[in-house]
Design a protein around this ligand. Structure first.
Ligand code: URA
Length: 210
């Protein structure tokens, strides 16, 4: 993957995203849409995975058939909202290894505070896809990627649902080697660090906590 930012403008993604943005969309529907959209985004972010061939036999004849090369990839959910994206991506890539990074955003400083970190072994040999629905200030995303690099990851991609230009710039500055795939690049952040027009607090909307 070479571009730093890929906006997936597929009609199904855009339609589902509009439904998710709507403040009247109930929690259960929001979660279901997130699951569906995450699979479409995962399809895009895995488009250039390295392939190899292996000999198999169809009922008709032997063939060398394409198959994914290398070690199983690692999905890393940035808690807690990352879990909403994780579920759908895991359905598409069920053999992926899974890690979690717990960061919360200090509402005053907007800086990330770490409270949990558990990732699969051998990150240096895996493609690592970090998932977090909202790339807002980019502070927690950049911090999560820092931690993944410290744990050995060298090939990291970042999957989100919505991105703000501020977050994309922050990630580009901190981690120019990490491509970002998103469903939309919104206008910007408000004074509280929320993405505008956005969809509100992704965690609250998917877990019904507000
Ligand atoms: N996190 C969210 O859940 N929503 C935003 O708009 C920004 C950060």
């Amino acid at each position: 993957m070479s571009d730093h930012l890929t906006v997936v403008d597929h009609p199904l993604v855009q339609h589902k995203l509009t439904l998710m943005r709507d403040k009247d969309t109930p929690t259960a529907v929001f979660r279901q849409l997130l699951r569906e959209i995450s699979q479409l985004l995962a399809y895009e972010i895995t488009r250039e995975l390295p392939m190899t061939r292996k000999p198999i036999e169809t009922p008709m004849e032997p063939m060398d058939a394409p198959t994914l090369a290398g070690k199983k990839l690692a999905l890393v959910s940035i808690l807690r909202a990352g879990n909403g994206l994780l579920d759908g991506v895991l359905e598409l890539i069920p053999s992926a290894r899974v890690g979690f990074v717990g960061l919360y955003r200090d509402e005053e400083t907007l800086q990330p505070v770490q409270y949990y970190f558990k990732v699969p072994d051998g990150l240096e040999d895996r493609l690592v896809i970090a998932v977090d629905p909202m790339l807002a200030t980019g502070n927690s995303s950049a911090a999560a990627v820092d931690l993944l690099k410290q744990a050995g990851a060298t090939d990291i991609r970042f999957l989100c649902l919505l991105a703000a230009p501020e977050g994309v710039a922050r990630m580009h500055e901190a981690h120019p080697d990490v491509p970002i795939v998103t469903a939309a690049l919104d206008r910007g952040l408000n004074a509280q660090g929320y993405i505008m027009p956005g969809l509100g607090d992704a965690g609250d909307r998917m877990f019904g906590t507000k």
